[in-house]
Design a protein around this ligand. Structure first.
Ligand code: FAD
Ligand code: SIN
Length: 528
């Protein structure tokens, strides 16, 4: 069944909903969300959103902190732009009904996180993302021009390839006409045709065994753009958050926000000794890549399953007031974090690379924009500074919306798009095969493509993945399309891209650390 709309938005997190809200006064919008509208990475964000609001903080300091974390691969002009546009976008979030914590004097109660030289994180207790998602969801649901398609799974982008015209990677005249989208309640595939499509499908955490990301984060948008021959880059830079709650069997892993370390909590070994100063003079508040690698090294040396995050020297009432979400979660498993340290381990958390976009969020494919975690904008380089991700989603959604509104009427609907072809497929009775392949994929990524890499491990991962790739493509060809098989296929594509780009990078930089090339290559920095 074909349907047409001015703007097709894939994803209902901060990037998708803020773009939708901004273009909705100019045309009709469909927002597609694979489960419920508010099940997004955005919703689980804890620490907050970085922006320069008061002295002694300055734009230059925020720019400098971002560049230092990015280890030489940030695009300075993008960093400057995002940092300078941040305050205006924060004002807009406030107008949309988001509340950030305030001090008794009425100013923002600013937190500090790893790699930040100043207190500059606006937050809502320790559940900032929940508050932002709430405000945006309410506003988007009330907009008469926005139609929500919840429980709809985007399978693939529609390009001229589907009209029988082959395309090649890096070709500059690929056109996107919309997407094939599975209604997961009726199992029908809809052809949603749009003047302009916006991909905001979020991260990839679920390609790893241990992740802070909810199950929706399977890299679908990046995989779809890759299959449509669009440009994807920097996939080797997967960020592991140093401190997720060690609670075996729980998936996703519950995050213990970096803001707790910003508040004074300290990392210790199980022997009670502080260890971060062995690795970095900034101690527990060093940038994330350094802290995650230090914990990984401590765990390997001691053979322990977790390290400890100790907040017991801090004032108990104050801790409970600032971190009610963490308090509640820890109490639910018998830990009073004001009295005993929290067991923590690193977990896959954020992808710095993704769909390459320009400063307006335009991809290499015509009529296709992208925003949020699925993109590579140049802001993060080789390692993202904490709390810069929500900011990036917001700033780029705004810039994309401005451009999209100016050009969308130039594009007509493409009407001769064939319906989804599922000839020769049958219901897949062997659901267990899909689940099993997914588990194997996660094991491969965690065992061989984790925090510390090597040539041997990456080759092993590549060889194992090839088998899974062939089996998955075979299953996909034969099965009636489902969300499960679609997600598995996407996750395999993502794993392939991470491994391929990690193998190509013959140096250690930011989040990519390999024992075979332990140093940064200065030539790459000069070229950049
Ligand atoms: P998301 O919010 O993840 O939204 C993705 C959307 O795409 C969802 O609606 C999903 O249903 C939809 N989707 C995906 N695939 C498909 C498909 N095939 N078909 C249809 N729909 C699809 N960043 C910060 O800056 N500060 C923080 O404090 C912070 N804390 C975090 C804490 C946690 C636990 C996590 C997991 C992340 C945190 N981050 C934080 C990162 C940040 O939350 C995310 O990078 C950001 O919210 C991503 O927003 P997004 O709009 O790009 O994607
Ligand atoms: C956190 O609260 O520690 C997460 C912040 C982020 O991912 O930016």
């Amino acid at each position: 069944m074909n349907q047409t709309v001015d703007f097709l938005v894939l994803g209902s997190g901060l990037a998708g909903l803020s773009f939708a809200l901004k273009v909705a006064d100019s045309g009709k919008v469909f927002v597609v969300s694979k489960t419920s509208l508010d099940e997004t990475n955005t919703r689980y964000a804890q620490g907050g959103i970085a922006a320069v609001t008061y002295k002694p903080d300055t734009f230059d300091k925020h720019v400098s902190d971002t560049l230092v974390a990015g280890a030489g691969l940030c695009d300075r002009s993008v960093v400057e732009m995002v940092v300078r546009e941040a305050p205006e976008r924060i004002q807009e979030l406030l107008r949309w009904g988001t509340h950030f914590d305030r001090t008794a004097q009425g100013g923002f109660d600013l937190a500090k996180e790893g790699g930040h030289s100043e207190h500059r994180i606006l937050h809502h207790k320790d559940s900032t993302g929940y508050e932002i998602q709430r405000a945006l969801t309410e506003k988007a649901r009330a907009h008469p021009n926005i139609t929500m398609l919840e429980h709809h799974f985007a399978m693939d982008l529609v390009t001229q390839h589907h009209m029988g015209v082959p395309t090649m990677r890096h070709q500059n005249d690929i056109q996107c006409y919309g997407a094939y989208v599975l209604d997961t309640r009726t199992n029908l595939i809809l052809t949603l045709l749009a003047r302009l499509t916006y991909v905001a499908t979020g991260g990839v955490g679920n390609v790893y065994q241990t992740t802070t990301n909810p199950t929706i984060a399977t890299g679908d948008g990046i995989a779809m753009v890759y299959r449509a021959n669009g440009v994807v880059e920097n996939m080797e830079f997967v960020q592991f958050h140093p401190t997720s709650l060690y609670n075996p069997g729980e998936r996703p892993s519950f995050l213990i926000t970096e803001a707790l370390r910003g508040h004074g909590a300290v990392l210790r070994g199980q022997d009670g000794k502080e260890f971060m100063h062995k690795y970095d003079s900034r101690g527990s508040l060093a940038p994330r890549d350094i802290v995650a690698r230090a914990i990984d090294s401590e765990l390997k040396h001691t053979g322990h399953d977790f390290v400890l995050l100790d907040a017991t020297h801090l004032e108990a009432e104050d801790l409970r007031a600032h971190f009610p979400n963490i308090n509640q979660k820890c109490l639910s498993i018998g830990i009073d974090f004001t009295r005993v340290p929290i067991p923590v381990v690193p977990a896959a958390h954020y992808l710095c690379g993704g769909i390459k976009v320009n400063e307006h969020g335009r991809t290499s494919i015509n009529r296709l924009f992208a925003g949020g975690e699925c993109t590579s904008t140049g802001l993060h380089g080789a390692n993202r500074l904490a709390s810069n991700s929500l900011l990036e989603a917001l700033v780029f959604a705004h810039r994309s919306a401005v451009q999209a509104k100016a050009i969308f009427e130039n594009f007509d609907f493409q009407t001769d798009i064939p319906a989804w072809n599922d000839e020769g497929t049958s219901n897949n009775e062997e659901m267990i095969l899909i689940t099993q392949e997914f588990k194997e994929l996660q094991q491969i990524m965690s065992n061989y493509v984790g925090i510390v890499r090597s040539n041997l491990r990456l080759k092993r991962a590549f060889d194992r993945l090839e088998i899974i790739y062939r089996e998955t493509e075979d299953l996909y060809e034969k099965s009636v399309p489902t969300q499960n098989i679609g997600e598995l296929r996407n996750a395999v594509n993502i794993a392939y891209l991470v491994i391929k780009m990690a193998r190509r990078r013959r140096e250690s930089r930011g989040l990519h650390h390999t024992v075979d090339y332990p140093k940064q290559n200065p030539v790459i920095e000069r070229l950049h």
